[in-house]
Design a protein around this ligand. Structure first.
Ligand SMILES: *Cc1c(COP(=O)(O)O)cnc(C)c1O
Length: 377
């Protein structure tokens, strides 16, 4: 029997420009770390985002780590972080031995609830940083969040790993915080095969990030070090792939948005299904389309994911909230209302639909018909 075609959640889509830029790197022997692709990629991302300055790094996680260091996060400092996110949002602050306090989501965008953030400040007046994410590409209420951070004089680290190209009020996500982070990991909206970028409006901050990312070598001929350094820079080959992908970001975004619209229309007659929220004040890149099932409905996310898996179609649970993770069992969690948190409720009732931009019309029809069948349609 012929193996069923695999349909992916979100896999790399290459166009040819990537290979051309990698070839250039080989032709000029700029294979080793840094080089013209790295410089150009930083400038292109800075220009695209309108942020000012960017440092190309080996991963989004590395960018989040340097952001935590540059924000001054130290041992036993409290940091506030979105609970509903991927663990890489929070782990880097823990490398510095910070104590995360997790903040619940609001239902409008699934992201950090500004009201819960205000409550957190009442309980812990002096956190070292706030780490807020734009989940699945939907812009958070980041203007409110950044205003609260400003009121308290606390640096905001904006984890825009999933939201490259998403905007709020016409402004790119990743540019609201004191530090912005993008990821070019394999399943993100564009990929360099692996890599990340740290953004700041402050040239000196980005210069310091580059310094820390290249082993923190003091300006002396001999190898001298006054602080602990890291090997976090992006290679010139990797940057070539990233530059080639950036040429196609708008195309990827349009296709992701189209996938979201298709799902929304296809499930519009099933009242038990809701699509993940968008932010009416912004534009989402719709990195992953997600759905939730109404409370009380007999159909479970696992049942739908199993049905898809049987047809060799990839889907994924919603990120399990950080405050429910064994590794963070001792951490505090701040929510607005008593009872089940918003983050846990989304986790229980939701999952991520296949959102690969290479999905054909037939692929989409197949996915949609399998999901609909679970609801008796
Ligand atoms: C992917 C991701 C990261 C980590 O980025 P890497 O480039 O894989 O290190 C961080 N935060 C969020 C929310 C992510 O989705």
């Amino acid at each position: 029997m012929k193996e069923k075609k695999k349909i992916y959640l979100s896999s790399p889509t290459m166009h040819g420009d990537e290979q051309r830029l990698v070839q250039e790197a080989f032709d000029t022997n700029w294979v080793a770390p840094l080089g013209p692709n790295v410089n150009a990629f930083e400038k292109e991302i800075a220009d695209y985002s309108g942020c000012g300055y960017a440092a190309a790094l080996s991963a989004g996680t590395a960018a989040l780590h340097l952001a935590a260091i540059l924000a001054g996060v130290k041992e036993n400092d409290v940091v506030f972080a979105s609970s509903l996110t991927f663990s890489a949002s929070v782990n880097p602050a823990c490398y510095e031995k910070a104590l995360p306090v997790f903040i619940d989501s609001e239902t409008d965008t699934w992201n950090m609830d500004p009201e819960a953030l205000r409550r957190a400040f009442e309980k812990y007046p002096h956190p070292a940083a706030v780490i807020a994410v734009h989940l699945y590409g939907t812009p958070a209420k980041i203007d409110e969040i950044s205003e609260i951070c400003r009121e308290h004089g606390v640096p905001l680290i904006e984890d825009a790993a999933e939201s490259l190209g998403s905007t709020l009020g016409g402004r790119m996500t990743g540019t609201f915080g004191d530090f912005g982070v993008y990821s070019f990991n394999g399943n993100k909206i564009i990929t360099s095969s692996g890599g990340g970028m740290l953004l700041s409006k402050d040239a000196a901050v980005v210069e310091r990030a580059r310094f820390l990312a290249t082993q923190a070598r003091d300006p002396a001929r001999h190898y001298q070090h006054s602080v602990i350094g890291y090997n976090y820079r992006m290679s010139n080959v990797v940057a070539g792939i990233g530059r080639g992908q950036l040429l196609h970001l708008e195309e990827h975004k349009a296709r992701k948005q189209e996938i979201y619209r298709q799902y929304r229309e296809a499930f519009a007659d099933i009242p038990e299904i809701s699509m993940n929220p968008l932010n009416p004040h912004g534009e989402a890149n719709n990195w992953l389309s997600c759905m939730t099932i109404a409370p009380g409905c007999a159909v479970t996310p696992n049942q739908v994911m199993d049905a898809l898996e049987k047809e060799n179609i990839e889907s994924r649970p919603i990120w399990k909230p950080m405050h429910l993770q064994p590794v963070f069992a001792d951490c505090d969690f701040i929510q607005v209302r008593e009872g089940m948190s918003v983050a846990e409720d989304i986790f229980n009732r939701g999952f991520c639909l296949p959102s690969d931009i290479k999905n054909t019309a037939e692929d989409m029809d197949l996915i949609i018909s399998i999901v609909r069948r679970q609801f008796g349609k």
